[in-house]
Design a protein around this ligand. Structure first.
Ligand SMILES: NC(=O)c1ccc[n+]([C@@H]2O[C@H](COP(=O)([O-])OP(=O)(O)OC[C@H]3O[C@@H](n4cnc5c(N)ncnc54)[C@H](O)[C@@H]3O)[C@@H](O)[C@H]2O)c1
Length: 255
């Protein structure tokens, strides 16, 4: 049976981590040639090893999405290796605890933490699109999926700059979707709820019970459950879908 992404080349940032790695494996399973990019070269290589041992095709890049030159190199690298860039999953991101802002209310965030959060989670997505869009335009189309969050839809106490960045990602997504519709580029976002990855380990240890009490499914999502949505958005099955943000959150946002 044909795969949903047969013959497509896909770039995944943050591909060394939970959601990115699961998506790399899912895209490869569906027939895509995958490029895994991560600030951790080792993590990216591990994802590639997993894809290859599952019978897929992948290459890795190390780079920081906050550096324009790194992002340019990732996009040029994929095109050099696979000849084109059909799909991009702009997914690299960090949480508050990674900038020492865990538990801090809006006025308590340091300027450094705020700037770093915006740089990775918002500017990083823009830098990726800045290089992906012209490439896709030149080749006649493509599909971009940005990782938003339920934090891009509602406020979450003690997650100030994270929430601001993710709201921004949805704004970038909608704007690019309109601007590049005529270039046959679809731009969408996926908005995960609480997903079992390294990012959420500490928060779930501290207040997992209270969080899951609010989620209608009363459980965390798996990275795979996000990957399924990304695969579909990347695929031609989603040919009339652009500028949308899809929640994958166990029903949380329906409350
Ligand atoms: N886990 C959740 O519950 C959840 C919920 C909503 C949204 N998200 C979003 O999903 C995305 C993936 O998160 P995850 O849960 O898989 O976390 P994760 O920590 O497992 O993976 C994130 C990956 O991004 C990489 N990364 C971090 N900064 C980078 C940079 N500057 N340049 C390149 N790579 C970088 C990390 O090395 C890591 O491999 C993030 O954008 C996150 O905000 C996660």
């Amino acid at each position: 049976m044909a795969g949903l992404l047969d013959g497509k080349s896909v770039l995944i940032t943050g591909g060394g981590g939970g959601i990115g790695r699961a998506t790399a494996l899912a895209c490869a399973r569906e027939g895509a040639r995958v490029a895994v990019a991560d600030v951790s070269a080792e993590a990216a290589r591990e994802t590639v090893a997993q894809v290859n041992s599952a019978g897929g095709q992948a290459i890795s890049f190390s780079g920081d999405v906050t550096h324009d030159t790194d992002v340019r190199a990732m996009v040029e690298g994929v095109v050099g290796a696979y000849g084109r860039l059909d799909c991009a999953f702009n997914n690299a991101g960090i949480a508050g605890w990674q900038v020492e802002a865990a538990g801090k209310k809006t006025a308590e965030w340091s300027e450094e933490a705020f700037d770093r959060m915006i740089a990775v989670n918002l500017k990083g997505v823009w830098l990726c699109m800045r290089h992906e869009l012209p490439q896709m335009q030149a080749q006649g189309g493509g599909s971009i999926v940005n990782t938003g969050s339920i934090a891009g839809l509602v406020g979450l106490p003690t997650s100030s700059a994270y929430v601001a960045a993710k709201h921004g990602v949805l704004g970038l997504t909608k704007t690019a979707a309109i601007e590049y519709a005529e270039a046959h580029i679809r731009v969408n976002a996926v908005c995960p709820g609480y997903i079992k990855t390294r990012m959420t380990e500490e928060t779930m240890r501290r207040r997992g019970e209270a969080i899951l009490a609010q989620v209608p499914f009363h459980r965390m999502g798996s990275p795979n459950e996000i990957a399924e949505m990304v695969v579909w958005l990347c695929s031609d099955r989603a040919s009339y879908v652009s500028g949308a943000a899809y929640n994958v959150d166990g029903g949380w946002m329906a409350i």
